[in-house]
Design a protein around this ligand. Structure first.
Ligand code: ADP
Length: 563
């Protein structure tokens, strides 16, 4: 009886056979087959009592034979037919057993069709907090009725920890994968992990291609020893090593500049080295460009200073030469019937013209250097721009006539007062006019037109000269730019004039543009804004006495034109 009570406590179905007859079945076993009472089964043969499926009878007999021979049979899957005709999948284990002092056969049968496996479930507690459970259900006989026994554990804590771990692991993996820095993990100088940036850095399509490869072979020989030493240090003593710059060689042989920091890391239980590497090639290039730029600026400054000094140094002796020439000239003229006057006059004229040419060049150089240094002072005053342009144009009539060129001036207004630097605008006009004369042959025309556009004034200088080739038109305002001499009338010049003209016009808030057709002529258009400056005297209606300096100014600006 004690034995029966014990067997009834078990969660498995127990059948006991003696002499091929069932002598005991526990409550679980009765329930499994569908019997109500033990008396319904006791005394039945094994096959009748267990009612195995047709296909299983043979195997069951085999199990019995084995147990009779004192062997144990473990977990053979079989099918039984219940009293209600339903089929059950069971796992049968057979063993010799001593029951009420008899040597019997015991079958331990487990229903595998009804056993609901371990399931996890997410629910809510009464206090609305989330709860995770893990439950296992199994058929169970309670007070003679069939029931399901569910055993559940609260696994919330474990689940939370698992999820946090998973989340942090995923985040870590994402971080490593999306890192803009190359991440290389190396074990004894062989790659064990490379992220996508790392593969791209070395010019490899897939990170896996690098795994197992020698890490050090990707370093340039200039830094190979340094990196090897760092790696050895990390294996033996150091934990972290500071940022260093190095050179790496991509798969295609390109050398790149990198910056790397390294740290010892436990990866998959091994001491490995984590190298975080950044491509700094562009930064290095930018640094080098910056250095070169600074050097160039410095050099340019030196050059400007040199130009400025030399220009001033040249001007002093030149002025002395000019003054002396003028003296000789005057002397010769005064000596009555100077025998060599006619002959010397010609040479003195040549000397004077060339002095003016030098003076023009020096003046332009001084202005250019002042412009570069931001020191070109503008002396604005309110003047009548029409009369200033007209005066200066007409003052060169003599030159144009001597060259057989027709000079035509036209304006649609007689007066327009605006603020400008008188001296500078005169130089602009003389420069454009001297160019027009230089590049216009005999019988050509030069037109100077002024158009009033209310808030601005337009000054046009047009000639019917040789013109400027199309590919040069954008460049003529650049400093020292000249059209190739074979395309010009072999005229002299330094290529500074137009660049200075442009700077002066721009300093007035205006613009200058050029249009030309090679072989037909050129047209320069200046647009000056109309504005007034505050000044002590009233508006200067007329230009300041120009006459006195006019001849000299023209002589200087026109010194390039050989008469
Ligand atoms: P330069 O002192 O040599 O005349 P500019 O800066 O004044 O220098 O002019 C630059 C170049 O532009 C000239 O060398 C010439 O080739 C071209 N150029 C300027 N004006 C004219 C023009 N009116 N007709 C043809 N070419 C011109």
């Amino acid at each position: 009886m004690e034995q029966q009570n014990f067997l009834n406590l078990l969660s498995d179905s127990i059948f006991i056979f003696y002499n091929n007859r069932i002598i005991f079945a526990n409550d679980k076993a009765l329930c499994l087959i569908g019997y109500k009472s033990i008396y319904d089964i006791v005394g039945k043969s094994i096959i009748n009592g267990l009612s195995p499926h047709q296909d299983c009878i043979k195997t069951i007999k085999k199990i019995i034979r084995k147990v009779e021979n004192n062997e144990m049979v473990s977990k053979v899957v079989q099918k039984l037919i219940r009293k209600d005709g339903t089929t059950l999948s069971v796992e049968i284990s057979g063993t010799p057993y001593v029951y009420e002092e008899k040597h019997v056969i015991m079958f331990i049968v487990r229903n595998i069709s009804e056993n609901i496996p371990l399931v996890e479930h997410r629910g809510k507690r009464l206090d609305k907090k989330a709860v995770f459970t893990e439950a296992m259900s199994t058929p169970f006989v309670h007070n003679g009725t069939e029931a399901i026994l569910t055993v559940a554990h609260d696994i919330t804590k474990r689940k939370m920890t698992e999820e946090a771990l998973k989340e942090s692991e995923e985040r870590y993996v994402k971080l490593v994968e999306l890192s803009p820095d190359a991440i290389f993990i190396t074990d004894r100088d062989k790659f064990t992990f490379v992220n996508h940036t790392g593969a791209a850095l070395l010019g490899v399509s897939y990170p896996k291609e690098l795994v197992g490869q020698d890490f050090l072979k990707f370093y340039h020989r200039d830094c190979y020893d340094k990196i090897k030493e760092r790696s050895n240090n990390l294996y033996t003593k150091e934990k972290n090593l500071p940022l260093v710059e190095a050179k790496m060689i991509k798969l295609d042989g390109t050398v790149i500049d990198v910056e790397l920091s390294s740290t010892a890391l436990n990866y998959n239980g091994e001491r490995t080295i984590l190298n975080i590497t950044r491509d700094i090639t562009e930064r290095k290039k930018a640094d080098e460009n910056k250095r070169q730029l600074e050097e160039a600026i410095q050099f340019d400054k030196l050059k400007t200073e040199f130009f400025s000094n030399i220009s001033h140094e040249l001007k002093t002796p030149l002025n002395i030469i000019l003054a002396s020439i003028q003296l000789i000239n005057a002397l010769h003229r005064d000596i009555e019937k100077c025998q060599i006057y006619d002959r010397s006059n010609k040479y003195i004229g040549t000397m004077k013209q060339n002095c003016f040419r030098l003076l023009r060049l020096i003046n332009n150089l001084i202005d250019i250097t002042k412009l570069d240094a931001g020191f070109l002072n503008m002396n604005f005053g309110n003047y009548n721009i029409i009369s200033v342009v007209e005066d200066i144009t007409l003052s060169i009539l003599e030159y144009t006539q001597s060259k057989g060129i027709t000079l035509l001036f036209d304006t649609d207004v007689e007066e327009k007062i605006t603020a400008f630097d008188l001296d500078k605008i005169e130089r602009v006009m003389l420069n454009l006019l001297s160019n027009a004369i230089k590049f216009t042959g005999e019988n050509g025309n030069i037109y100077v037109n002024i158009y009033d556009k209310d808030d601005k004034i337009i000054i046009l200088v047009r000639d019917t000269g040789i013109g400027i080739p199309e590919n040069m038109i954008d460049k003529i305002f650049d400093r020292f730019r000249q059209v190739e001499s074979s395309l010009t009338l072999n005229q002299e010049g330094s290529g500074i004039g137009l660049s200075l003209v442009k700077s002066i016009v721009e300093a007035h808030g205006g613009t200058i543009t050029a249009k030309s057709k090679y072989g037909v002529g050129s047209e320069f258009t200046i647009e000056l804004p109309i504005r007034l400056v505050k000044q002590d005297n009233d508006v200067k209606q007329e230009s300041i006495p120009f006459e006195r300096q006019k001849v000299e100014k023209i002589s200087i600006e026109f010194s390039d034109i050989y008469s």
